[in-house]
Design a protein around this ligand. Structure first.
Ligand code: SF4
Length: 113
């Protein structure tokens, strides 16, 4: 494997290169441990925090996100679930609107009265 990445862990945006196969991966270009961990995870089990909006019963919507990153390959399935869901106002920031999905929850990132 040979993969070049831009680290998204912090705004520095270091260019990282990963070489090798299986457990024998060599990471170069990172300037900290978090970058190495990100690169290895990105090459072995990539995850993403997903942000979206969820419909409210009154026709408005509320901004939401996953409380923790989910496997990257589950994003489209998750988006279909969010699109099909509704919640009832009022909503407070941090409120769980869809619990227990892909090992995390969908939580509100904004308040709606
Ligand atoms: S390698 Fe470290 S310093 Fe560079 S972007 Fe990633 S987290 Fe930031």
């Amino acid at each position: 494997m040979k993969k070049e990445l831009v680290c998204i862990v912090c705004p520095m945006g270091c260019r990282i290169r990963v070489d090798g196969i299986g457990d024998a991966l060599t990471v170069t270009g990172q300037t900290c441990r978090r970058g190495e961990e990100y690169a290895i995870a990105e090459c072995t089990a990539p995850t993403r925090t997903v942000t979206s909006t969820l419909h409210l019963e009154d026709g408005r919507s509320v901004a939401v996100k996953t409380a923790a990153p989910i496997p990257k390959e589950k994003i489209f399935e998750l988006m279909a679930i969010i699109r099909a869901a509704t919640a009832k106002a009022p909503v407070r920031i941090g409120q769980v609107l869809i619990p227990g999905i892909f090992g995390t929850d969908i939580v509100a990132t904004a308040a709606v009265d």
